[in-house]
Design a protein around this ligand. Structure first.
Ligand code: 13P
Length: 250
């Protein structure tokens, strides 16, 4: 049985005091929930203050990005060992915003996924098609390319610990959600792709949906057999809505 993972991607939101306030409330309201794994992914300067609040709780810490090198002359970047030491469990890799605005390639995503494991972190690898690609019937072609490239060279054991977030780009921040059935269909196809290269590890890898997830659609999404949780953007910034999403995933 795969345990669902509900992760809040806070993107470039919340100052330190706002992040601390949000996570303190989440810690109280989500205490004791063990049947759903919960993670929050604040911006890099807020990782440590947030970790200091959730260290002894059921909420795990995720970063939003990392560099693949251990250290070096890469101004503005953050390495895996730095994230590990301050308590991160997860790291989001290849979010569509990183791919689009910061020109991250499939090769970069693969390097980062391998580096995540090297330094003891679990990657949440994001994939998804644009509206244009969906309308041209190219969803699977796009997603297949992203998945094959991102996972190349990982071991079966690493695949079992990997999380994939299927986030159709046209559904991110737009209020437009893929139908639960459509999301389930793509996620099922992703799992079969993973099976081609990694056999039974495909039954362990968790594949989330992301894109305008909110309290009102989480139950429908989670009722689908292939969807193992959600990567939540906007609705993770509000205590009540994130709590309702976690509750809806149980
Ligand atoms: P929204 O939930 O705001 O659509 O964002 C989704 C997302 O990009 C999570 O990584």
């Amino acid at each position: 049985m795969r345990k669902p993972l509900i992760a809040g991607n806070w993107k470039m939101h919340k100052t330190m005091s706002e992040a601390e306030e949000l996570v303190k409330e989440l810690k109280d309201r989500l205490a004791g929930i063990e049947d759903v794994e919960i993670a929050v992914c604040p911006t890099s300067v807020n990782l440590l203050p947030v970790y200091n609040i959730i260290a002894d709780s059921n909420i795990k810490l995720g970063a939003q990005n990392m560099h693949w090198e251990e250290s070096g002359a890469y101004t503005g970047e953050i390495s895996g060992p730095m994230l590990k030491e301050i308590g991160a469990t997860y790291v989001i890799i290849g979010h569509s915003e990183r791919r689009e605005y910061f020109q991250e390639s499939d090769e970069d995503v693969n390097r980062k996924a391998k580096a995540a494991f090297k330094y003891g972190l679990r990657p949440i690898i994001c994939v998804g098609e644009t509206l244009e690609e969906r309308e041209a019937g190219k969803t699977m072609e796009k997603v297949k390319g992203q998945i094959k490239a991102a996972l190349a060279g990982l071991s079966k054991e690493q695949i079992a610990e990997t999380v994939i977030a299927y986030e159709p780009i046209w559904a991110i921040g737009t209020g437009r959600t893929a139908t639960a059935e459509d999301a389930n269909e793509v996620i099922k196809a992703i799992r079969e792709l993973v099976r081609e290269d990694f056999a039974d590890a495909a039954d362990q890898i968790r594949i989330q949906y992301g894109g305008s997830v909110k309290a009102s659609n989480i139950e429908e999404l989670m009722a689908q057999p292939e969807i193992d949780g959600a990567l939540v953007g906007g609705a993770s910034l509000d205590v009540d809505s994130f709590v309702q999403i976690v509750e809806g995933a149980r």
